[in-house]
Design a protein around this ligand. Structure first.
Ligand SMILES: Cc1cc2nc3c(=O)[nH]c(=O)nc-3n(C[C@H](O)[C@H](O)[C@H](O)COP(=O)(O)OP(=O)(O)OC[C@H]3O[C@@H](n4cnc5c(N)ncnc54)[C@H](O)[C@@H]3O)c2cc1C
Length: 412
């Protein structure tokens, strides 16, 4: 491992002014680094929170004014130099310099790549085409909100977390909404079957037209501007005034790959302290295929909690590396008045439902090989606090686990 940072003549450059990049910058300072810290972001906005983009920002005019991740002036107070609206285009590892699109070169002793992800695009519904929306950044959310305000029918391609949150927001705004999902159930990657079923029923009850097991075979603009005619693999045709595509993201690994760092399609490979194959270059947050010491394997997470925790961990590791990264994955989603919280694995080889989904409030324990590896909580944040402590336990009595009348106990 490279020597930790300590001197005032040293500098840290962080590329990516999202949650992970911001937390890394703050942590470097909190750990006492006295040198230069530069945070470079290609978006023109100061670091902001993405989760509201598919929820309150779509539903409520002006909500975007309250999503800054850092109070005004706080970064300047920490002595963090912000370069916003500036894209890093190359890394010269020999000279230890980052090059920005406008030609500026910034020298670093340590570089942190916190470049996050970008949306996966469909060729037949290209980003930038009138009436086609992808949702990653604030500007995307504002454009989508403007389109939803005009009403009509919204087609959501992809029944993942973002797609279903957008569907709920569209209904809240009174838009008709159809969801087109290729898989056999909603949110299959992020949620257990019991949770998918619960959410599916609620979306139907809210008037969302959910089509499972179908893809968009062809798409063509309709006569009215921004509207589309989608031909589904089932042969049906859907007319929509606007289309949102939410078919996943891919990590922004280009900078790392182009300068010869070890990357895989799943992300920039880093150790338990965030170091890449070059000990002077680190990666944090959603872009990092990171070693999670809790499981002893590499993983990439697309969640707020991970971006925050990993960004902070990597920032600290630059100055005072103590422990390798150890965090269970976790995320939440809000759809209508439903709050879903997932800690650990989101699905197991056996899922035990505790409580009655029909009552709108339940837990699901996810077991793998007899061990509880994760818990999902639907409108049950309080119960989740106790349930989380059971992660790692091997319950002998699954009936007791499923019965909300019986106490949740950690067995010896
Ligand atoms: C709409 C939406 C809703 C979400 N809702 C939830 C939720 O409810 N719960 C949950 O747990 N998670 C949610 N997430 C996920 C969570 O917000 C992300 O996992 C988190 O923001 C990732 O943070 P990050 O800093 O690693 O990457 P990002 O937030 O992607 O930040 C990376 C930044 O780097 C910039 N960048 C990239 N390349 C360059 C370059 N070459 N030069 C300069 N800058 C560059 C990008 O423009 C971006 O600003 C949501 C995400 C989205 C998009």
């Amino acid at each position: 491992m490279i020597e930790p940072l300590a001197r005032p003549d040293q500098s840290v450059v962080i590329v990516g002014a999202g949650l992970a990049g911001l937390r890394a910058a703050e942590a470097v300072r909190e750990a006492g680094f006295p040198g230069r810290v530069v945070l470079v972001g290609e978006e023109a906005h100061e670091p902001y929170d993405r989760p509201p983009l598919s929820k309150a920002v779509l539903q409520e005019e002006g909500h975007e004014r309250g999503i800054a991740l850092s109070p005004e002036g706080a970064l300047a107070g920490l002595g963090v130099e912000l370069r916003l609206g500036r894209r890093a285009v190359a890394i010269d590892r020999k000279a230890r310099e980052v090059e920005l699109a406008d030609g500026e070169r910034i020298a670093y002793d340590r570089l942190v790549l916190a470049t996050g992800s970008r949306v996966r695009a469909l060729d037949i519904l290209p980003p930038g085409a009138a009436g086609v929306h992808y949702l990653r950044g604030l500007d995307d959310a504002l454009a989508l909100r403007a389109a939803l305000k005009t009403g009509g029918r919204l087609a959501v391609v992809g029944g993942g977390v973002i797609g279903m949150e957008v569907a709920a927001s569209a209904r809240a705004l009174g838009c008709e909404c159809v969801v087109i999902e290729a898989g056999p159930r909603l949110m299959a990657r992020a949620a257990a079957p019991a949770v998918s079923t619960f959410l599916h029923k609620r979306h139907l009850a809210e008037g969302v037209d959910v089509r499972l097991g179908v893809t968009v075979a062809a798409a063509e603009p309709s006569a009215s501007p921004g509207a589309w005619r989608l031909r589904l693999s089932s042969g049906e045709t859907i007319e929509a005034q606007a289309v949102v595509v939410g078919v996943g993201v891919s990590p922004n690994i280009d900078l790392a790959r182009d300068c010869g760092l070890e990357v895989r399609p799943e992300g920039v490979v880093v150790d338990g302290f965030g170091a890449t194959s070059d000990p002077a270059v680190y990666a944090a947050g959603e872009v990092a295929l990171h070693l999670n010491d809790l499981y002893g394997r590499h993983d990439r997470q697309e969640t707020w909690a991970h971006a925050a925790a990993h960004g902070q961990h990597v920032g600290e590791a630059l100055v005072s590396p103590t422990q390798a990264y150890r965090q269970p994955p976790s995320y939440w989603s809000d759809q209508y008045d439903i709050n879903l919280q997932v800690t650990g694995l989101a699905t197991g080889d056996t899922d035990v439902v505790r409580g009655d989904p029909a009552l709108g409030r339940f837990l699901v324990f996810h077991l793998a090989g007899g061990r509880i590896e994760g818990v999902s909580a639907v409108n049950a944040v309080r119960e989740l606090r106790t349930a989380k402590r059971l992660i790692g336990a091997c319950p002998a009595d699954l009936e007791a686990l499923a019965d909300p009348a019986r106490e949740l106990k950690i067995e010896a």
